[in-house]
Design a protein around this ligand. Structure first.
Ligand code: FES
Length: 283
């Protein structure tokens, strides 16, 4: 088989495999088959290029001494031109095949970009809490402030969103006289009930332990400790941000409702990073 034919088959196989890879991906995908097709596409292209380089390109110039040919000069020139034209035709065909194989392979390799998913938008900054949403327990029952036991900690969710991971909130009842919440939050703890995000700001573990005698929430993962009386400021451990506080009030029927979303994005995240100018990335 001539080198040209071998190269054509190799490039053709690469084109077919790349196109098939795109089709397989767009029709549902199959990891094993996609890997096989990618191997054929890359292998065909590589084999074709190597064969071209080793069997069609001649680096050495060899001159063979021979007596003058019997044919006339015009015939020699015409034959030479004919051979030259044929070579150019074959070469341009191979070049077109190589370009086609490269283009289809590039299309196949761009497929992973389609798997990146939608942009997160504001979802990393917002939770399901909004003004007027009632606080409900794990059974979906709305919570009254007098149902929160002093010294205990209760997990609540927005009404209709029980189980929403980013909205899980801790309710704790303390003596209102001892609260020292940050400025502007004076009305956020009706009857001494404060509410904080349950997601640790260090690495996202659930903050589930409460030391009633010292009014501290404790994260069991790396022992970060948060002061409930001062807006859940961290007092010990690796967490360096307070637990975001949920502003709450009591509605006309005596149930606890949110006045809005948390005071800051919940959990750990990129907003902990410092920009080059030293500002926190909060927007
Ligand atoms: S995740 Fe809470 S201290 Fe590390």
């Amino acid at each position: 088989m001539t080198p040209e034919r071998v190269i054509s088959i190799a490039f053709g196989a690469s084109v077919v495999a790349s196109a098939a890879l795109v089709v397989v991906y767009l029709t549902g995908g199959d990891a094993q088959l996609e890997g096989l097709l990618l191997g054929v596409a890359l292998g065909g292209l590589g084999f074709g290029v190597v064969t071209w380089a080793t069997r069609l390109l001649h680096e050495d110039e060899v001159t063979e001494e021979r007596p003058p040919l019997g044919t006339g000069e015009a015939t020699v020139e015409a034959t030479g031109q004919m051979l030259k034209d044929d070579e150019v035709t074959r070469r341009s065909a191979l070049v077109r095949l190589l370009a086609g194989a490269s283009a289809t392979l590039a299309a196949a390799l761009s497929i992973p970009a389609l798997s990146l998913g939608p942009r997160p938008g504001q979802s990393l900054f917002r939770t399901r809490w909004s003004a007027g949403k009632r606080l409900v327990d794990l059974d979906g029952n709305p919570v009254r402030p007098d149902a929160v036991q002093p010294g205990a900690v209760q997990t609540v969710f927005p009404e209709g969103e029980v189980g929403a991971a980013d909205a899980q909130t801790l309710l704790i009842k303390v003596d209102p006289e001892r609260l020292q919440l940050p400025s502007g939050r004076e009305a956020w703890a009706p009857e001494g009930v404060v509410s904080y995000s349950k997601i640790c700001t260090h690495a996202g573990c659930p903050v589930g332990l409460y030391r009633a005698e010292s009014h501290e929430l404790l994260c069991p993962c790396h022992q970060s400790t948060f002061d409930v009386l001062t807006g859940a400021e961290p007092t010990f451990g690796p967490a360096d941000r307070p637990l975001p506080q949920l502003p709450i009030e009591i509605d006309d029927e005596g149930y606890l409702v949110a006045m809005g979303d948390f005071s800051a994005p919940v959990g750990p995240g990129f907003w902990n990073l410092q920009r080059d100018d030293g500002e926190e990335q909060l927007s």
